[in-house]
Design a protein around this ligand. Structure first.
Ligand code: SAH
Ligand code: SF4
Length: 376
């Protein structure tokens, strides 16, 4: 069996690992467990075609990595934020967004983040640790199970249950943390989503602030997942401040890595640009962004800045965002203005910080970034 580290949880095991664990059981048991967990997306206790004694033994050997602490809903119940406690008391969040024809799940790859982007609540709190594979996978399983039990309680909704096999599920690594700084666990989770849950590579998006070696690994990996890059500034002077990773991997290196990715995967790259009033929303910023995006044939997503506790700047006003999009178009670059979901429950892009229970968390560090920061 692969090295699973200490005290593995159910989600840490690949199908092959599980097969080894079930050695001595009839061969179809593995199919039953795996099908129940990953295709029907049911909790272990509800996979009733597997004997109860075996379910109990598996549950004792591989207890869950996550405990659901709280859910909060917004946007008339279509956006739900889940707060999870890890076994060591760290907290992470994930967000479920329901649309008419699909469900998008925004998940975390780290507890906190070390990248220090000034406008991001996760970055302001700082880094705790990387998540394990099971902690990433179980966010998805747990959220879908939770959604389906809510649906069962609401007659008429169960037909469209998010957990229903076949319903289109998109998974985006846009929660807490920098996925490419936790590459191995993230990639193992991607393979589980793809191989075992049947979620296509085009329904999985990895979002990065620009960790160039991680982009190179992704380009060499098997599945052509979508790549989103959080750019926010297209000149090194400003980007060094807004996204400090730029001091290590400046724009020129980033552009080269993205061109290689595109060549290797033949997938459209998207560039994320949080619209920060007076910081990155001038016509000159648009021209610089267009000069970066055009050679990559990248699509731009404009995200109105969401408020966070440690950042003084305001979002760009709506008309200015439209003007910025028009400027990009005049330079031959397509842009979409993102509609923010979950702002009222701090579930929108960059608002996840999971510090609500910090006061009762043993040995917790005080949140950094309490001092508000300014750019330019
Ligand atoms: N670390 C990865 C993924 C998590 S952040 C990354 O940075 O890409 C998910 C997205 O939210 C990123 O595009 C990030 O730039 C954006 N974001 C962070 N803080 C934000 C804020 N206050 N308002 C709007 N978007 C924000
Ligand atoms: Fe980390 Fe992404 Fe937030 Fe930057 S924007 S601090 S990389 S989570």
């Amino acid at each position: 069996m692969a090295d699973l580290g200490a005290d593995p949880s159910l989600g840490d095991l690949s199908r092959a690992d599980f097969g080894e664990l079930l050695e001595g059981e009839p061969a179809y048991r593995l199919d039953q467990v795996w099908e129940g967990l990953y295709v029907q997306r049911r909790p272990l206790a509800e996979i009733t075609n597997v004997p109860k004694s075996l379910r109990r033994a598996i549950g004792e050997l591989l207890p869950p990595a996550l405990t659901l602490v709280r859910t909060q809903s917004a946007d008339r119940g279509t956006t739900t934020k889940h707060l999870w406690s890890l076994r060591d008391g760290h907290l992470v969040e994930s967000v479920l967004m329901r649309y008419r024809d699909r469900t998008t799940l925004c998940i975390s790859s780290q507890a906190g983040c070390a990248m220090g982007c000034s406008f991001c609540a996760t970055g302001q709190v700082g880094f705790d640790r990387n998540l394990r594979v099971g902690e990433i996978v179980e966010q998805v399983l747990g959220t879908l199970q939770e959604a389906s039990s809510t649906d069962r309680a609401a007659p008429g909704r169960a037909v469209n249950s998010d957990a229903a096999p076949g319903r289109a599920v998109n998974i985006v690594f846009m929660g807490m943390g920098e996925p490419l700084a936790n590459y191995d666990a993230v990639w193992a989770a991607v393979e589980r989503f793809h191989d075992d849950m049947g979620i296509g590579a085009r329904h999985i998006t990895v979002s990065t602030v620009g960790v160039v070696p991680g982009i190179a690994r992704l380009a060499a990996a098997g599945l052509p997942v979508n790549l989103a890059v959080s750019l926010h500034a297209a000149n090194d002077r400003l980007r060094n401040r807004v996204a400090p990773i730029n001091r290590t991997y400046p724009l020129r290196d980033l552009a080269r890595a993205l061109a290689d990715y595109r060549r290797a995967k033949r997938r459209r790259i998207s560039l994320e640009w949080a619209m920060i009033g007076g910081v990155n929303d001038s016509d000159r910023d648009a021209a610089e962004l267009a000069a970066f995006a055009r050679p990559l044939a990248a699509h731009v997503n404009l995200i109105p800045l969401n408020p966070t506790p440690g950042y003084v700047h305001q979002p760009t006003p709506r008309e200015r965002i439209e003007h910025f999009a028009a400027e990009l178009a005049s330079h031959g670059v397509n842009a979409t203005v993102r509609v923010n979901r979950g702002t009222s429950i701090d579930a929108a892009c960059g608002q996840l910080r999971a510090d609500k229970l910090v006061s009762i968390r043993k040995g917790s560090r005080p949140a950094r970034g309490a001092r508000a920061r300014a750019e330019r």
